[in-house]
Design a protein around this ligand. Structure first.
Ligand code: DX5
Ligand code: ZN
Length: 232
């Protein structure tokens, strides 16, 4: 499982998005994470399909669109059409989660399910074989720059076990409060894709920050692999 860095443009300068994205890509970004918030599911407002369409024109890497909105089914086709390659939806927002996962897949995109910190790993049990990736929120969604919730590390481990049990090698993405102090432990616990907002774009040199985070994540993923080989 290769580790991927997904800088979140929520922390970028929206008047200079193209330059911010290019810097993150030079630093090794594998995905660009776009946070969509509706002021209902989370207490903040951000961007819609129009911004995704513009970002798509300048980004070299796939767009990872994280929908923190009520009734995401209404908007999924518009985000797909705007250029999203991956879409994650929140289990807490969806009474018909299985249907939504397949709606995303039927549009030819990768479907992810996101869980808030207070949502148990077991809530994914019935769809564990269907998801292309799982997004474990490591802060309460709504804002960048929050502190990583420590309990998330064991949650990532439990999520890996649930997916393995279902025979699904789908990657686990983590989102919120990931920086040079928290990235190693969360990757060792089983995180594969790392969202990083403030720790990339809040720094004066986004390229260098992305490069450092990516190197740390790659090293931890390598350590995880070596460790799991040695216990066999
Ligand atoms: C929070 C968003 C995150 C946010 C992460 O609701 O889902 O993607 O941008 O920001 P940092 O990395 O600053 O915690
Ligand atoms: Zn996000």
């Amino acid at each position: 499982m290769s580790v991927r860095l997904a800088p979140s443009i929520l922390a970028a300068d929206f008047a200079a998005l193209g330059a911010c994205i290019a810097a993150a890509e030079r630093g090794g970004a594998d995905l660009i994470h776009v946070d969509v918030m509706d002021g209902h599911f989370v207490p903040n407002l951000t961007v819609g399909p129009a911004v995704v369409r513009s970002v798509k024109r300048v980004a070299q890497v796939p767009l990872d669109v994280h929908l923190m909105i009520e009734d995401p089914d209404r908007f999924i086709p518009a985000f797909a059409e705007a250029g999203a390659s991956l879409i994650s939806v929140h289990v807490e927002a969806l009474p018909h989660l299985h249907r939504t996962i397949h709606l995303i897949k039927d549009l030819g995109l990768k479907a992810g399910v996101a869980l808030n910190p207070s949502t148990p790993v077991g809530s994914l049990e019935e769809v564990a074989a269907d998801v292309d990736f799982v997004l474990v929120m490591t802060v309460n969604p709504g804002f960048g720059g929050q502190t990583y919730i420590r309990r998330s590390t064991s949650k990532v481990r439990a999520m890996r076990a649930l997916l393995d049990e279902a025979g699904n090698a789908a990657p686990i993405e983590v989102d919120g409060g990931i920086d040079e102090a928290t990235i190693t432990d969360v990757v060792l616990a089983g995180a594969d894709w790392i969202v990083a907002g403030s720790s990339v774009f809040g720094s004066p040199d986004a390229e260098a920050s992305a490069r450092r985070l990516k190197a740390q994540a790659v090293a931890a993923a390598q350590q995880r692999l070596t460790g799991s080989r040695s216990v066999r």
